[in-house]
Design a protein around this ligand. Sequence first.
Ligand code: ADP
Length: 482
Amino acid sequence: MSLRLRLTLFFALVLAVSLLAFSALLYVMLDHALALDVDSSIASKAEDVARTSRIRGEYPLQPRRIRLPRIDAFAAPEIYIQLLDAEGAVVDRSANLGEHHLPLTDEALASGRQGQPWYDTIALDGQPLRVYTAPLLVDDDVIGFIQVARSLSDNEQTLAHVQRLLLICDALVVGGAAAIGWVLARAGLRPLDRVVEAARAIGHSGQLDRRLDPPRRQDEVGRLVATFNEMLDRLEAMFNAQRRFVADASHELRTPLTTIRGNVDLLRRNPTLPPEDVQEALADIASEAERMSRLVTELLRLARADAGVGFAREPVRLDTVLRDVHRQVQRHKPETRVRLEAIAPALVLGSRDALQELLLILVDNGLKYTPPGGEVVLALHTADGWHRVSVSDTGVGIDPADLPHIFERFYRAPRARQQGGTGLGLAIARWLAEQHDGRITVESAPGKGSTFTVWLPVLDATVPAAVAPAPPIPQEELTPVP
Ligand code: ADP
């Protein structure tokens, strides 16, 4: 069932139920008012008759009798009057009753004998009648009864008429409202149809650069279009990044492969090559193979990151990780000094291996881009809810123009190209920092050196990890990094 039909039916149903409830209330109130009117009219007629009745036998011991007024003077075509003595025998009745008697029910008799009037609804000759029976009292003695009846046919006809009228009106109003609702729903949903059409066209053609026409109004459909366009923006960006990534990765893999194949060809074609040249070719092959295997490992790491593969987190002593890294890297490049400075116990929530990997990337870069004789300094400071691990070197530094790009995948600053590298290290490092609710900032002066700082939220051992939110990074300490 279409949304349009469902909306129309729903509103028609709500309207129908409300109108029916309203009509039923109206009907019941009218019925009640008419019934009250009949009851009060026959009661007042009975009072009129009783007021004009005279009692015979005023003296003691003389049986008291009713002296009747001329009953027909009170009767009207639809009002019937009947007088009864104390035993319930009919004494007189209006001529319009013909051969009929108004029945005296047991309840009416019992109530009358106690001095109380009584109402009955009966059928006489197939005609509904409302009968009022009131006692005629003399000195608290019941000496007879007066009955006044009125036909209910008129009321029933009126009620039937009103009922028919209400039902017809309700049906017309509901039908009219449903028709208007149907037209309005179509007008309201037309922009949605256009969105569906456009989305389908984009889906079929795969043209992620296409966008839906910007909405004229900021209603629900307008917001849908805006959200859809935003989603397309993100999809397009992701798709382009993925395409660039694959292209860059293939390009990066092709370079070492070409070198390896060139050297293998050289060795094959020249069996008499001097041993030094053979050694050189083999060394080239080995270093390119090593570069390739590093590249493939890093590509795998990033692919896993893109696939959302995270790692289990637990409380980790950051200072211990830093000491381990310091111990390991000293062997990497003995001609550059690595110094550990300012270190105190520091607890973070994370993965020990991942943190080690993150710091190794930064320290290896520091070593790689620092000429022999330089120095790399590691330090750990804690302030304002953050542990800051800084890796400073006295190396080549980074040009301000390169600074915004160094965390991009495969980005390598021109002056760093002669160093072996893949351009993936910092991209991985940034992802690792973000996985720890932290980030990396960098300050650098070309020719003087660089300082990379990893910000990690302090884990308060007394607070459960799940409820300890990361504090905001002080803005003045941030270097803009994409
Ligand atoms: P690479 O494998 O090229 O080192 P990275 O992603 O680790 O890739 O670094 C990206 C670029 O950032 C490097 O090519 C280099 O230009 C620059 N860079 C990173 N660390 C340093 C540093 N300590 N000193 C100078 N330049 C650096």
